[in-house]
Design a protein around this ligand. Sequence first.
Ligand code: SF4
Length: 383
Amino acid sequence: GMFQSTTEPLFAAYCAGDVFEISDALKSDKFTMVQCAPAVRVSIGEDFGMKAGSLTPGKMAAALRRLGFDKVYDTNFAADLTIMEEGNELLSRVKNNGTLPMFTSCCPAWVRYMELNYPDLLPHLSSCKSPQQMSGALFKTYGADINGKQRAEIYSVAVMPCTCKKFESARPEMSMEGHRDVDAVLTTRELAYMIREAGIDFESLPDEDFDKPLGTYSGAGNIFGVTGGVMEAALRTAYELVSGEPVPETDLIFVRGEEGFRIASMTMGEQTFKIAVVAGLTNVAPLLEKVRVGNADVDFVEVMCCPSGCISGGGQPKVLLPIERDEVYRCRKESMYSHDKNSKIRKSHENPDVQKAYADFLGEPLGHTSHKLLHTVFGKQDA
Ligand code: SF4
């Protein structure tokens, strides 16, 4: 396509102080670690005149290294970790007669909506932190150990498609002993701005790899950026956990789609799970009303606030002509699924560095360390 999107002129005049704070940290003697959300790699090229949905994880990693980050890690690693934790949480709720349906907790705008409007239903939210916060918590513990650093020496940055992620990173419970999991968040457009300001020619950058181990990811981790993606990633792993066999078909087409409310079911061994995928808060209210009166016939629900999921987030490159919007989202989405399709590893539990993180540091999903670093209690904040 010939679609163009661009960072607004005069951006510097009103861009968040985060850009300046991060620039200062990069010049300081802090050890800087950065992570990027899945949706950023299918859109940032648009801000440099590349076609809509251009897939540029390698150039993005290269650009972050040129900007001076000491370690270029990836949110997708923690997306895989989220599947391990959340998948096991779901199965444990099913087994132990826990609160069902369980709702995903990776979209901070959705979590806030629940806290403000449905506080009585908070036990339905997964206790998992979002991948952004799981990454940050690992940077300052496991990541610090690996790099021979102290927690206080590390400055942790996240690049996100979303302005709500700034709010999430500042929540008081998203820190350990006074150290925030994530010190600062950049939107996709703010990162594009920094790359341009540094005089880096994005399009001609070579493709570089993310740093290991916290930058290794599966195709399942990558599709978190599109509506239905968290559900698809979870089902690929849950199927194997429940039935003991690999899922017969990796592409779970029945959870994909454009509609803001989709329901489906999947049989695994002896069990059948009913699931729902919701995009947009107007589409979730009727379901929440049913949950309230106890007749929502569903086990697991994914909720994202943005119409196509994070690829259409508020921090993404602007689509200048509204008439082109759907087509741009379609291109970004296609790019996400093809990145998954072309990945050697397509299931979260097969990510070798996730397996190693459990073996060397975390123990087991829902274990003591996971509980401390990767889970939280929502609803503790003042409304
Ligand atoms: Fe942010 Fe939208 Fe993604 Fe929610 S769906 S995390 S609001 S970009």
